[in-house]
Design a protein around this ligand. Structure first.
Ligand code: IDP
Length: 152
C-alpha cells in the first residue's frame, strides 16, 4: 500500500448537507489524485475497528449513532505529503477551533458534527484504507497534468 495515500470520509452530516461535491473539489483543486470512491452505510463492526482508540471515551456511543445515521462517502486520495496536507485541509477535530479556510472551519461548528474524517498518520492511513477498501476498488490511473503539479 502506498505511503502517499490517505483515507477521507464525508460523514453522514456532510452527505445530508450536500457537501460532498464541495469537499471533493478542495482535494481536486489542490492537485491530489482520487484513487477510490464509494458511498457506504457503515457498520458498527467497521467503526469499532476504525475508532479502536476511542472505545472508552464517553462520547463513543453517540459517535457510533452519528456515524451510522446515514451514508458516508469514503475516498482514497494520493499525492505528495497527502496525509499531513489533508489534515491541514480538514482542520482541527474541534470545529469550534478549526481555522476558516479548512473544511471543518468552513462547514461546521461543533466537534460532534465535524463533517469529514481524515487519517492522522501514514501508518493509520494504511490501516484505514485496508479496512474500508478492497485492493480491487483502488484505481491506479495516470493523471495527464502530472507534469504541471510535480517537477517532471
Ligand atoms: P479526528 O477525527 O480529528 O481524527 P479523533 O480524536 O480521532 O479526531 O475523534 C474522532 C471523532 O470523534 C471526531 O472527528 C469527532 O467526530 C468525534 N469526537 C471527538 N471528540 C469528541 C467530543 O469531545 N465530543 C463528541 N464527539 C467527539
Amino acid at each position: 500500500m502506498s505511503p502517499f495515500r490517505t483515507l477521507v470520509a464525508v460523514k453522514p452530516d456532510g452527505v445530508q448537507r450536500r457537501l460532498v461535491g464541495q469537499i471533493i473539489k478542495r482535494f481536486e483543486q489542490r492537485g491530489f489524485r482520487l484513487v477510490g470512491l464509494k458511498m457506504v452505510q457503515v457498520s458498527e463492526e467497521l467503526l469499532d475497528q476504525h475508532y479502536v482508540s476511542l472505545h472508552k471515551k464517553p462520547f463513543y456511543p453517540s459517535l457510533l449513532r452519528y456515524m451510522t445515521s446515514g451514508p458516508v462517502v469514503a475516498m482514497v486520495w494520493e499525492g505528495h505529503n497527502v496525509v499531513k496536507s489533508t489534515r491541514m485541509l480538514v482542520g482541527d477535530t474541534n470545529s469550534a477551533e478549526a481555522m476558516p479556510g479548512t473544511l471543518r472551519g468552513d462547514f461546521s461548528i461543533h466537534v460532534s458534527r465535524n463533517v469529514v474524517h481524515a487519517s492522522d498518520s501514514t501508518e493509520v492511513a494504511q490501516k484505514e484504507i485496508s479496512l474500508w477498501f478492497q485492493c480491487s476498488e483502488l484505481i491506479d490511473w495516470e493523471c495527464c497534468d502530472h507534469g504541471n503539479i510535480y517537477h517532471p
